[in-house]
Write a protein that binds this ligand. Structure first.
Ligand code: AHR
Length: 660
């Protein structure tokens, strides 16, 4: 009898124990409890011409300094052969006739055979990436001062082996500028090719805009963007594209600021300026970094449209970079800056009969771009910023009340400077406040609940630039390790949970060239031929392509899970695809198991799709090993409305289940 009583007691205890253990491990996802909408713009991309992002990056031009407008006009060029003597090659200036692109190269040739007199361009960063079997389009503007020169154009590899070649015979009326082009197909691949232009015959030829593009550009557009780089963006299905920065919006001084009007219209008339990252870091000098603006605001709008993202331009607000000159425009001279913003809205959205809508239509886009967002300044701060932001707000809202204006909250998320700006901006009923954080992985882990208590009724938040920076010197992509990406993923569950207030987020910077970077870590690394996504890229892509339409409550012991026991959770519903999506991050060194109970859903599929991203904290992707850290897919059987999810050490897990 005593034995029987003990057994019952033991069984009861056992039942109680296992029920309590289950309780402890239970995450309840309640689809009926919506915690707000997930904005279609939730996850986007931040593009800046940094790290050779535009020139030498997504802008597929292969000739460096094509118009001889760099500070040193022959930078990137060298003379070849022994028949070009003193004074035969001259940089000349149109002296006002073409203010945007005044310089050109004049060459005088006296009886040269092929191989005796020529010029050669080294391309961006150590050479040009040339691919076997691909067509290349060469073009130039020229003027025959004294006819009689034929051009032999060739691509050669590092050993001077010819990869492609063609003949260009100027055919025009002498003394008038014209353009001519030539295409050829490469017979071999080289990562460090260069272009030679040999002059044959006798005569004097003026040349400008010497250009070479591959044919495999994005959407096959002539003189367009590098296809593989844009494809990586398109694959993320970003909700927005922020452009053109970043610090280049501000400029080192106001003269060096980004001015969108100088980036549209015929390419030969877009005035080049020095890229501020040219001189920004003395330990990463980039003397050959300029902004040619072959890629300008029209192309950015078109890019956003192509990949189904909202365009999000950021404009200078009358303040240069406050880490540099901190030059400001006096308030009574701010009007041209505000006018630039008003004109941009007309350029993007105006009818073809409007002044700027007409310019857009002339560039080939009669339909409006339907721009909805506009940023006023980047990383500006202080009362000077607030004064200028108010002036922009007043003028823009008066004319375009529906445009959502985005304002800067400075450079960091928790300083006195930040709190001052945040308060002032909320006071002026800002639509969206742009917060930036380049912080340690620990900061990201600790701040996953940052937005849990933000005011739901006030300004929305744009997490406009963020990246976890591990300790240690950047030597390239060495800081794009799984530890950083995992901390970002943990933090992003907090952004997702708070999608009611955080409407936009973007990792920064986006691209970096392995041989031409100034700032690291970065999301995507490229060289002349190759590209790979970092672990951080796969985290961004996973969130962005699984953003859902509304936040579902995901509670553990009645609270959201944002770091307790090293775990982080968020959940969304996709009411269009009819899916419930749970994202979990385990930052422990050992596996964890959680049971997820789905509530508020009538019928769930019998199995769900599990995506796992995991690895050693120090693991990273590279050109040689681009898939060391990538998502892996598997299936998970559910037990009714419950799923048991095993989370490997240091992993990001996503469970996606269809519902009816
Ligand atoms: O993303 C790199 C730089 O970081 C951006 O240009 C600037 O906005 C920030 O300081």
């Amino acid at each position: 009898m005593k034995y029987k009583r003990n057994l019952i007691a033991l069984l009861l205890a056992g039942t109680f124990f296992s029920a309590s253990a289950q309780q402890e491990d239970l995450i309840v996802v309640n689809a009926a409890k919506s915690e707000g909408k997930v904005s279609a713009t939730m996850w986007g991309v931040f593009f800046e011409d940094i790290n050779m992002g535009a020139d030498g990056g997504i802008y597929a031009e292969m000739v460096k300094n094509r118009s001889f407008e760099f500070l040193k006009p022959l930078m990137g060029w060298s003379v070849k052969g022994n028949k070009i003597g003193e004074g035969d090659l001259l940089v000349q200036n149109r002296q006002g006739a073409n203010l945007a692109n005044p310089r050109f190269l004049s060459v005088a040739i006296k009886g040269a055979a092929k191989g005796e007199a020529g010029i050669s361009n080294e391309g961006f960063k150590g050479g040009m990436g040339v691919k076997k079997g691909l067509k290349y389009d060469f073009s130039l503007m020229y003027r025959q001062v004294s006819p009689g020169i034929t051009l032999h154009v060739e691509l050669v590899d590092e050993e001077n082996k010819v990869l492609a070649s063609g003949l260009l015979k100027p055919t025009d009326v002498p003394a008038e500028w014209k353009s001519q082009d030539l295409s050829f197909i490469a017979v071999a691949t080289s990562a460090k090719a260069r272009i030679n232009i040999w002059f044959e015959g006798s005569g004097v030829l003026d040349m400008d805009m010497i250009s070479l593009f591959p044919a495999d550009t994005w959407k096959g557009r002539k003189k367009g963007m590098r296809g593989d780089m844009i494809q990586m963006l398109a694959d993320m299905k970003p909700g927005f594209v922020r452009f053109p920065g970043g610090c280049i919006v501000e400029g080192i001084d106001l003269a060096n600021r980004y001015q969108w009007k100088k980036t549209i219209g015929p390419i030969a008339e877009r005035q080049l300026i020095m890229n501020r990252w040219n001189v920004e870091f003395s330990h990463r000098p980039s003397p050959d970094y300029f902004q040619t603006f072959g890629l300008g605001f029209f192309e950015y709008f078109q890019l956003a449209e192509d990949i189904g993202a909202e365009a999000l331009p950021i404009l200078n607000c009358g303040m240069a970079c406050q880490f540099n000159t901190a030059e400001v425009v006096p308030l009574d001279q701010l009007d041209p800056y505000i006018q630039d913003a008003l004109d941009l809205i007309e350029f993007a959205n105006g009818d073809v009969s409007s002044e700027w809508g007409k310019v857009r239509a002339a560039m080939g886009h009669a339909e409006p771009f339907n721009m909805k967002y506009l940023g006023v300044g980047n990383e500006n701060w202080g009362p000077q910023y607030i004064e200028r932001a108010k002036a922009f707000q007043q003028a823009i809202k008066a004319k375009y009340p529906k445009i959502n204006l985005i304002y800067s909250s400075g450079t960091d998320p928790d300083s006195e400077r930040f709190h001052y700006l945040d308060k002032e901006l909320r006071g002026m009923k800002a639509d969206i406040i742009d917060e930036h954080y380049y912080r340690s992985p620990e900061w990201f882990l600790k701040n996953a609940a940052r937005y849990d208590h933000y005011d739901r009724q006030g300004a929305k938040v744009f997490a406009g630039e963020f990246a976890a920076h591990i300790k240690g010197k950047a030597t390239g992509s060495n800081r794009n390790i799984w530890e950083a990406a995992l901390a970002e993923a943990a933090f992003m569950t907090g952004l997702e949970r708070n999608a009611a207030v955080v409407n936009m987020a973007s990792y920064a910077p986006l691209f970096a060239n392995t041989e031409g970077w100034q700032w690291a870590p970065d999301l995507i690394w490229v060289d002349n031929l190759n590209i790979y996504g970092t672990p951080n890229y796969y985290v961004q892509k996973l969130f962005s392509t699984n953003k859902g339409t509304q936040v579902a409550s995901a509670l553990f012991e009645g609270k959201s899970l944002s770091g307790q026991g090293g775990l982080y959770v968020s959940a969304v519903l996709d009411s269009i695809k009819k899916e419930v999506i749970v994202k979990l991050v385990n930052t422990n060194e050992t596996e964890r198991t959680k049971q997820i109970a789905f509530e508020g859903i009538k019928k769930l599929a019998a199995e769900g799709k599990l995506t796992t991203v995991k690895g050693e904290l120090t693991a990273q992707n590279s050109m040689e090993s681009p898939s060391a850290i990538v998502p892996a897919e598997s299936l998970l059987k559910l037990k009714g409305k419950n799923a048991v999810v095993k989370m490997p050490a240091n992993s990001l897990i996503m469970l996606k289940v269809s519902y009816k």
